[in-house]
Design a protein around this ligand. Sequence first.
Ligand code: SOE
Length: 357
Amino acid sequence: MSSKNIKVGIIGFGGIGERHFLSLRHFAPDVQVEAVCDPDEARLEKAKREYQVPHLTTSADEIFALPLQALIIATPNATHYPLVKRALLSEKHVLCEKPFTMNAEEAKELYRLAKERNLVNMVAFSYRFVPAVRMLRDILRKNKLGRIYHLRCHYLQSWLSSPSAPYSWRLDVREAGSGVLGDLGSHVFDLVEFLTGSKILRVKAYARTFVSERKDPVSGEKKKVTVDDAVSVWGEVEGGAFLTAEMSRCATGRGNALTVEVNGEQGGFLVDVEKPQEILACPALMTEYTYFRSNFALFPCPPHFGSFDHYYFQTEAFVRALRGEVVEIPSFGDGFRNQAILDRCIASISEGTWQEC
Ligand code: SOE
């Protein structure tokens, strides 16, 4: 498929869907975003006025009736499975947001359908595309650290710290599946396995909801929060590494603080996605970290992308896969694996036990 012929639709045009759009427009202006679907008329109006998208609709049926080759799905989590399934059954390539599905059974089926049809299938584990993450992965895959003792991850945000932060679908277990666990933990578990090439063998998770009711911004009604605000996970990784992961959306003072630290017998490394081109490194005989700049160049990005520049690399990978190039992308197989780990964490939280992954 030459990129001139690639017609893409985006379902879900909230912040993330719009970011995919901007990324495509900036990186692959010859790929046409033909249609946008969202239940919110104001978002469609923006897609028309600011971005001149030709087809705008509130109905998924209309999107599926258009001659599109690929869909980007950035809707609430519970809708991923039916939308992705429909897309695959109508022979469309798909990039789907994370967490991939509501449970591993759904994920497995989507993985199978995509494989059988040989369609491009990608889950938006966007942090795989951060330059410093790539650099750390090369180091770990070459086994430069010897035995790994610790994998220490944080993914901390603060947008739910205030009790007056509004209610949204992300706080409803029926729509989101889980709270910070799936939203941010999905990235963490993906990075652990992507970076090390090793599996998380077992997990023990502990969760808290700090604010149990929040005001609906439209109706003004108080609504019950049915998901976790914070989760801590212990895990054991193949080879014996000790995983500790903390995820919170009530981490007052933190913006989008995703860090992965690896302590091995031959040295230590730390990446922080808010500093996407830097890596803290402690080679074997030193006792303290020093900064290194990664040697991966970033694309020139519009300033408003801030620490989300890695979206361009993600978009690049998706578009290259659509063009038929062989490119390593986080697949539905990775989404299935990730969902299985999330399911085990949910079981661990409710049963208070260690769970095999
Ligand atoms: C909100 O917590 C959010 O937008 C996540 O859903 C994204 O996956 C993450 O990259 C940034 O924060």
